[in-house]
Design a binder for this molecule. Structure first.
Ligand SMILES: [Zn+2]
Length: 253
């Protein structure tokens, strides 16, 4: 049988076959750091047997899972807090404006609405034309405002003078509505931006920590499976050796 390479385990200083363990240089940095924490003098050329390595690999897996869970919990807590924080109540603009309207404001709104419609223009033209025809032709014997309709002029001036401030009042209220709307928008935007920021942090944590950790855990699991397979093979070989020696013994008897 060819001379097999042997090595000495750093933990219990027993001699092992080289394939029954790993050199520190072949280990993951995380696992290696755990071993170095227990054996500060360990070098990368040192050897550790599978049996003792398993403990460090399991500790490493445990540590990664715990730190990931802690980080995820922390981010989730921040997100929940951000979503629950409603330091600003969204105002129903129409509702609150409607409730706060005085009688005068409601009248001014109605006048402005009517003054800005086609119906108003048609009625107005009809009244003007009727006024002029009645007075010019003296229909029904009525001619209280003969040509050039000075009284009509006065009436029109009065209507224009009153209508202007009424429309302005109504416009002020439209500006109020816009201001409240934009205030609502501002606060909603602020909140969504905050939530988006936390979601970004969550995604970053997922791609930068959890995913690489998962891959490393899978790698460690495969290594541990390989170690178990090796030990099984050893056991089987021993069993066969025992069986053959037993049957040798029986045939000799
Ligand atoms: Zn050992």
């Amino acid at each position: 049988m060819a001379e097999e390479k042997t090595a000495i385990c750093i933990v219990d200083h027993q001699v092992h076959m080289a394939y029954d363990g790993s050199f520190l240089s072949n280990l993951e940095t995380g696992t290696r750091n755990l071993i170095k924490a227990d054996y500060p003098k360990a070098k990368v050329t040192d050897f550790i047997c599978d049996h003792h390595l398993l403990k460090y690999q399991l500790t490493r897996v445990d540590g990664m899972i715990n730190s990931d869970m802690k980080q995820t919990k922390k981010i989730n807590r921040r997100l929940t807090k951000a979503m629950q924080s409603d330091d600003y109540d969204i105002v129903d603009v129409n509702d609150s404006l409607k409730k706060s309207l005085t009688f005068g404001q409601r009248v001014s709104d109605a006048v402005a609405r009517f003054g800005g419609s086609w119906g108003f223009i048609f009625i107005f033209i009809f009244v003007l034309v009727a006024w002029m025809i009645v007075n010019a032709l003296s229909l029904f014997g009525v001619h209280f405002d003969p040509y050039p309709f000075i009284l009509l002029n006065l009436a029109l001036s009065c209507i224009a003078a009153i209508q202007a401030p009424i429309i302005m009042m109504s416009q002020n209220r439209a500006a109020d509505r816009d201001r409240m709307n934009s205030e609502n928008d501002y606060h909603v935007n602020l909140k969504s931006e905050h939530e988006l920021r936390i979601l970004h942090a969550k995604l970053d944590n997922l791609t930068q920590n959890e995913l690489p950790h998962n891959l490393e855990i899978q790698k460690l699991q495969i290594q541990i499976l390989g170690q178990i397979r090796n030990e099984l093979d050893d056991l089987q070989a021993n069993q066969e050796l025992q069986n053959t020696s037993k049957s040798d013994h029986q045939t000799r008897e």
